[in-house]
Write a protein that binds this ligand. Structure first.
Ligand code: ATP
Ligand code: MG
Length: 563
């Protein structure tokens, strides 16, 4: 069993399962699956589905399958397959030895289709795409009987066999289930279940030139694997009668139950694979793993831990109502997680020189400081302290406002873990910009505490001017400027709402030990935010840190506003 535990609070799906178990349904088995189509990278919405399916199996001592729903050879790619495996594993959902492909079942699906034909419940149809739509009718008008509907079983068997043998071009024929052209549910009006595609498949190569369509394939995949509860998103609710019709018409080994839940939508981002692909293809982002993307690999590269994503998925819950989740809730889960685990460090984003006039020239003190106040075993480290330091420009005010507790002339503050310093003067350049501060330090306050019990209101971070290193930091922000992209005007281009400020690259000064961190290490830059040494670009010679999330938590504010 997996080491990762997902503790899903009870939801309506669990109530259904509990009742099924009480009634002795499925012989007491619970089996779920995550069935992505390998036509793109997984995103945070998929994470919700993964956590739900895996967490539900775990909760009931059941089994969880990973299955690639690879029935469309044209859009699928092994690059996507590899990324899916990596991402699901990283999230901690353990499929053990149950990794399957829908394409593994093509032979069985073909046999099921033949069975339908033999029952008089499927036929070959030659209507063009436009005619197909015309015959299908509309929401208010029933469909008309397609010409092929009256074909004999023998004829249908022969045509279907020849479709398989490659005798016909793409689009010239489909196999349709024979259900009801007058059904109020348009999906029941003799849906197409097999189509011709002369295309190589990433798994079956050139073996097939006919491929089953989603609605026919999916329920059979579930049945073949013995899935008990087939959990999917709400847009499939209207397909459920077809799901059930196929399973009830055919003699399948088991009859899985489809249950729908509301998909995850997040503010300030898009979740459609098509749109994400467009962003990648048009270079509006730097690949699928761009840290601004809502993809799992983008989030991983940004420094969002898998545990924070799981925590987020546990928190949002599972309902039947579509809604929009605030991205700040995800940020909150990330902070909560990293607060416990990320070591602290000092980095100055916007440096201003501070010269301590009474500190000996050339002296270097190794100041000891704790790595993580939230984690007693994280230990301490040494940071070099020298006469000339950098502090944040924001931590000084020429004319301090009332509540400003940081540096100003005549004010004393604590330099984190080092000394108390009092600002004495500042220097401006010819443009009137402050370029240097001067201060004196109190040697008796070593370690950042005054023996006389004297208090200061402000503690600021710092780095040594000549012992610090330069680093590149990538400050990520929201991908879009509007919270709800489904609410933009219909004629507007969604890409015009991309946030031009979503990535800012700046140079900062870091304490020297940070360069030695391996890539993919979490660190909190004190008072600034959580950062992550970039998995691809960070090195000792060229330190690169991605901002995972800023420190300020706006979620609690939003939560209060909402309550
Ligand atoms: P498409 O079908 O348009 O290519 P998709 O996002 O539905 O895109 P799938 O690979 O079919 O992609 O999704 C795999 C599973 O993840 C499905 O069961 C689907 O319902 C679920 N899923 C997809 N998007 C979300 C979401 N935003 N929230 C929750 N579950 C989702
Ligand atoms: Mg889908």
């Amino acid at each position: 069993m997996s080491e990762t535990e997902i503790n899903l609070p009870d939801n309506f799906i669990h109530e259904i399962i509990r009742k099924d178990l009480e009634a002795g349904k499925n012989g007491g088995a619970v089996k779920t699956r995550f069935p992505p189509e390998p036509n793109g990278y997984l995103h945070i919405g998929h994470a919700k589905s993964i956590c739900l399916n895996f967490g539900t199996a775990q909760k009931f001592g059941g089994k969880f399958n990973l299955r690639l729903d690879d029935t469309n050879p044209v859009k699928e790619d092994t690059e996507y397959v590899e990324s899916i495996l990596e991402d699901v594993k990283w999230l901690g959902a353990d499929w053990e030895d149950r990794f399957f492909h829908a394409s593994d079942y093509f032979d069985q699906m073909y046999e099921y289709a033949v069975q339908l034909i033999k029952m008089g419940k499927a036929y070959v149809c030659e209507l063009s795409e436009d005619e197909f739509k015309e015959y299908r009718g509309t929401l208010t008008e029933p469909g008309k009987e397609p010409p092929g509907r009256k074909r004999t079983i023998e004829e249908n068997l022969d045509l279907f066999e020849r479709m398989r043998a490659g005798e016909f071009p793409d689009g010239s024929k489909v196999l349709r289930a024979r259900i009801d052209m007058a059904s109020p549910n348009i999906h029941m009006r003799d849906p197409a279940i097999y189509r011709i595609r002369h295309a190589d498949h990433h798994n079956t190569g050139s073996k097939w030139c006919i491929y089953p369509l989603y609605d026919f394939a999916h329920c059979l995949e579930d049945a073949i694997e013995g899935i008990t509860h087939s959990i999917c998103t709400l847009e499939f609710e209207i397909h459920r009668p077809l799901y059930d019709w196929i399973l009830n018409t055919l003699d399948t080994p088991c009859k899985p139950q489809q249950i729908e839940f509301a998909r995850l939508n997040l503010t300030y981002t898009v979740m459609s694979k098509r749109k994400l692909l467009e962003l990648v293809k048009t270079n509006l982002v730097n690949g699928w793993d761009d840290p601004r993307m809502p993809t799992i690999c983008g989030m991983r590269r940004r420094g969002i831990p898998a545990s924070a994503i799981r925590d987020f998925c546990e928190t949002i819950g599972v309902t039947k109502f579509n809604s929009l989740t605030e991205i700040e809730l995800l940020d909150h889960c990330v902070r909560d997680d990293l607060n416990k685990s990320a070591r602290r460090a000092m980095a100055v984003m916007n440096p201003l020189k501070l010269v301590i006039d009474n500190y000996p020239e050339g002296q270097v003190e190794e100041v000891e400081t704790v790595n993580n106040p939230e984690d007693p075993v994280a230990g301490t480290r040494k940071v070099p302290f020298t006469k000339t330091l950098y502090i944040e420009r924001d931590d000084f005010m020429e004319n301090p406002v009332k509540q400003f507790h940081r540096l100003a002339v005549g004010k004393e503050v604590r330099l984190r873990s080092a000394y108390f310093v009092t600002c004495t003067s500042f220097v401006k350049d010819e443009n009137g910009e402050i370029v240097e501060l001067h201060a004196t330090y109190d040697p008796a306050t070593k370690g950042g505490n005054a023996p006389d019990g004297r208090k200061v209101k402000g503690t600021i971070h710092w780095v040594s001017a000549d012992r610090s290193l330069e680093a590149e930091v990538r400050l990520y922000d929201k991908l879009f400027t509007v919270p709800d992209l489904s609410a933009i005007p219909e004629d507007a281009d969604w890409k015009s709402y991309l946030n031009p400020e979503s990535l800012k690259v700046v140079k900062c000064r870091i304490e020297p030990g940070l360069a030695e961190l391996p890539p993919s290490t979490h660190v909190q830059f004190e008072r600034i935010g959580y950062f992550f040494s970039d998995p691809k670009d960070h090195s000792q010679e060229h330190p690169v840190f991605n901002r995972t999330v800023a420190l300020k938590d706006s979620w609690s504010k939003i939560a209060k506003k909402g309550s």
